[in-house]
Write a protein that binds this ligand. Structure first.
Ligand SMILES: [Mg+2]
Length: 334
């Protein structure tokens, strides 16, 4: 076998790569048999349901190797899946990772990618239980499947929002979209803004705490912008909503950057992607409890609007006039 440094799959072989990964995996007690057999065996906690979600990340569609260093790409590729389980109020537990690797990808890249993926996994107590690797003819393709669990009564769906409920979001909006815009135009991005795009934190603790407290009626993670994602809650719940622009939580970096940049701040905060914050609805009688719960989790929450019984989601300017927003988030098929 020749040992060039440029072809990880050819040199290591698929099984070499897998055992290289398996050696570093954090293993949760629920995993009976992990990587290495024909299938993984896991034990679901008594009385809980299993939740499953899958995501693909394609080079030059979802990420660029020039912007995303492999370590943070590894972290992010699992974080976005963890975020989907969190958005249901559930606990992320097990993950499957499949990679189609271009032959020219340096072994270092693969190693650092895996290091990032496994660091994120351990941080959230998620066990990598299997996956697949193969050679890609064009670009790196990442496929992540995640499974979580929760008691049936604590699983939060998109469909439970009620008219008059408050609409809430965690954290700040638009930071990742602004960071992307700045990168695209070759500008420098601040140390606070850049991780919002490259290394998002899934809000698992806040989501499960709110869900377990029975405080929320519907929830989604914000991956495509608040207008589009709240729109999914509205659609699934058979309601509408009104979002007040002056209530949108914007970070200080977002405000100072966007002042010097020819973008409409509201537009990025409303329709920019990849915030990975939570949007949820809650009965207005629970306002103080929601704030208390979020405080306990160390996360900021902001009330940005109200659920309406009539369909359609509108954004309202500070003066009360309706804001003509581009209501769709990132659409892969456009
Ligand atoms: Mg989602």
């Amino acid at each position: 076998m020749t040992h060039s440094t440029t072809s990880p799959l050819a040199n290591l072989g698929e099984f070499g790569l897998i055992s290289r990964i398996a050696a570093k995996v954090f293993t949760h007690e629920s995993v009976v048999t992990g990587i290495g057999d024909d299938a993984a065996v896991t034990a679901i906690s008594a009385g809980m349901h299993m939740l499953t979600s899958t995501d693909m990340l394609l080079e030059d569609v979802h990420f660029r190797r020039t912007w995303h260093d492999p370590y943070r790409l590894g972290r992010k590729s699992l974080a976005v899946s963890i975020s989907d389980i969190a958005a249901m109020g559930a606990i992320p537990r097990w993950t499957l990772l499949s990679l189609a690797i271009p032959p020219e990808l340096p072994l270092d890249f693969v190693d650092n990618y895996i290091r990032g993926f496994l660091a994120m996994a351990e941080e959230y107590q998620v066990t990598l239980i299997g996956g697949d690797t193969c050679s890609s003819r064009s670009g790196l393709t990442i496929s992540v499947t995640i499974m979580g669990e929760q008691y049936p009564g604590q699983i939060v769906r998109r469909s439970g929002a009620m008219p008059e409920d408050d609409i809430w979001v965690t954290g700040t909006l638009g930071d990742a979209a602004l960071a992307l815009k700045l990168l695209e135009s070759g500008e420098t991005v601040s140390d606070k803004l850049l991780p919002r795009l490259l290394d998002p934190n899934p809000r698992v603790y806040a989501a499960t705490t709110l869900a377990e407290a029975g405080l929320i009626t519907a929830m989604i993670d914000i991956s495509d912008g608040i207008m589009a994602d709240y729109g999914h809650i509205a659609e699934r719940s058979g309601v509408g909503g009104c979002i007040r622009l002056d209530e949108l939580p914007l970070s200080s970096d977002f405000l100072s950057y966007s002042a010097h940049f020819p973008v409409i701040p509201y537009q990025l905060a409303l329709s920019g992607g990849e915030d990975y914050e939570l949007c949820f609805t809650a009965n207005r009688n629970n306002r103080e409890k929601v704030v208390g719960c979020a405080k306990k989790c160390g996360i900021a929450v902001t009330r940005i609007g109200i659920v309406s019984s009539s369909p359609g989601v509108t954004a309202v300017n500070p003066d009360g006039s309706s804001y003509k927003a581009q209501t769709e988030g990132f659409n892969h098929f456009k």
